[in-house]
Design a protein around this ligand. Structure first.
Ligand code: AMP
Length: 224
């Protein structure tokens, strides 16, 4: 099963994607996380994409598509994946469909759209804190979900940090870019009758509703 998480930055794709990944036993693949790791390691790919990310611009389609295809061919993806932050353009969605058709024939595919008003998104993102321990990656919010101890992860004790691109100026730009592309993207999945939209006001409820949808959609999900 391949689940595409659609939604502007800050709508909860990462948080909900990680919960679903754990509950449904599917690998969580975040293009943003992959890119940030490449930048931190100083790889060729990292150098190529750093400017785009710092400016809140989209990384070119060909680079993103190749990165995701390479990742999807790794062994741990045999069961399917939760794709978080990909596709972001209709070209990427088209490339994903073709890739899955060729390489994972018969695999079920569905898109979940997290739809949150922009003013709420900005408020969420500027208060977002992320665990610096990559294998944990827990997400907090200074106002709505603060850690018990300031800047320390409740789960693993590592330092919490704000992402470099989580400032109001870059967020506004990223939202603008999302809205430019989202209509085509949403239409793409709507046409394929594989789109579920939800306003995730309450996290637990949203996860439950998504699982109900997946069951109705005849995905054989095993609830933990
Ligand atoms: P995210 O962590 O999903 O908010 O992504 C952080 C940044 O990585 C974005 O603002 C883009 O610069 C880049 N990025 C991540 N995924 C994609 C994608 N599918 N297409 C283009 N750029 C992307």
């Amino acid at each position: 099963m391949y689940i595409v998480m659609l939604g502007a930055p800050g709508t909860g794709k990462g948080t909900i994607g990680k919960i679903l990944s754990n509950d449904l036993d599917l690998v969580h693949i975040s293009t943003g996380d992959i890119f940030r790791e490449q930048i931190n390691k100083g790889t060729e790919l990292g150098k190529k994409i750093q400017g785009y990310i710092e400016n809140g611009a989209l990384v070119p389609d060909d680079v993103v598509i190749e990165t995701v295809q390479t990742r999807l061919l790794e062994e741990d993806v045999s069961n399917g994946a939760i794709l978080d932050g990909f596709p972001r353009t209709a070209t990427q969605a088209e490339a994903l469909r073709e890739f899955l058709k060729q390489n994972k024939p018969g695999a079920k595919r569905v898109a979940i759209e997290l739809d949150v008003p922009d003013d709420e998104i900005i408020e969420r993102i500027v208060n977002r804190l992320i665990c610096t321990n990559k294998s944990c990656g827990a997400i907090y919010n200074k106002k709505t979900k603060p850690p018990k101890q300031e800047n320390v992860c409740d789960i693993c004790g590592s330092e919490l940090k704000r992402r470099d691109d989580d400032n109001k100026e870059t967020v506004t730009k990223r939202l603008g870019i999302y809205h430019q592309n989202s209509k085509d993207l949403i239409d793409f999945y709507r046409k394929n009758n594989a789109l579920y939209s939800i306003y995730p006001k309450n996290l637990d409820k949203a996860v439950e509703e998504i699982k109900n949808f997946l069951e109705e959609y005849k995905f054989n999900i095993v609830r933990k």
